[in-house]
Design a protein around this ligand. Sequence first.
Ligand SMILES: NC(=O)c1ccc[n+]([C@@H]2O[C@H](COP(=O)([O-])OP(=O)(O)OC[C@H]3O[C@@H](n4cnc5c(N)ncnc54)[C@H](OP(=O)(O)O)[C@@H]3O)[C@@H](O)[C@H]2O)c1
Length: 273
Amino acid sequence: MDVLVIGATGKSGRPVVDALVARGAKVRAASRTPGAAAPGAEPVRFDWDDRSTWRPALEGAEGLYVVGPVRQSEPELLMHQLLDDADGIRRVVLLSVLGADRLPSLVPMAGWEHDLRMSGREWTVLRPNWFQQNFGEGFAGPLRERGVLELPAGEAALSFVDTRDVGEVAAVALTSGGHGGQVYELTGPSALTHGEALSALGRADGRDLRYVPQEPAAFAAALRGRGVAERSVEWQLALFRLMREGGNAVVTSTVREVTGRPARSFLAYAEGA
Ligand SMILES: NC(=O)c1ccc[n+]([C@@H]2O[C@H](COP(=O)([O-])OP(=O)(O)OC[C@H]3O[C@@H](n4cnc5c(N)ncnc54)[C@H](OP(=O)(O)O)[C@@H]3O)[C@@H](O)[C@H]2O)c1
């Protein structure tokens, strides 16, 4: 199976590429800066903002893993156009997000899921919980500079998922049958708060790391200050509201059922396992 991975250099795309290569798939790793592709994969250029890059990237691929265009102003339209262009693709795994079904008019991922279902292709939707790897990448700056992470997450517990598990589930769904028409909610094996997660990381690293609950309005103001589009501010606020209401505490057995191995724990991630 020849698979195109869009978003291949990101937190979820990298482990998807690794897991596909390990399963013997021929992988094309697509991003705007394809030089950074993983070993064993062919780097290709793909830019959501430059449609001339789409067809060359899709050429010859039968499988597609897609991280959608979250920073673009018309994310639903772009996904719709990509699925139109991807006429040779027969199997698609879409990265969505846990809770997309509960926020259908707010998050673009809900629209992507709908379009994919209507596309006539064999499809699998992944709805992962928040990634354990956010603590190493997305949150790295504030944690390094101040040892403090501020988010509007309240004291909610989340079953953070390891992106290597997301990658392995995606690779199984892309390279073997029986996963078409499935929506997989992917979580870690237990739920913990951001405070508990930071304590575990701090203990493992010998650092004092703290979580400070942030007011949603302050979070939104910070996003707007960075030039984030209003629509994106709205859906990010909605995801945090869902989290504070307990929507991300659910623990599923899907990683084990699909891969045959237990989901990796946050403690293992913190200890660098
Ligand atoms: N973070 C979480 O906790 C979490 C949890 C569940 C679901 N999700 C979903 O995950 C998605 C984000 O995925 P991720 O965390 O893997 O992303 P990421 O780490 O931010 O990586 C984004 C990837 O997309 C590429 N990219 C960025 N802009 C692009 C463009 N204009 N055209 C083509 N490629 C582009 C990046 O490479 P270049 O910059 O080189 O192009 C990179 O490979 C979102 O849809 C989010 O809803 C995230």
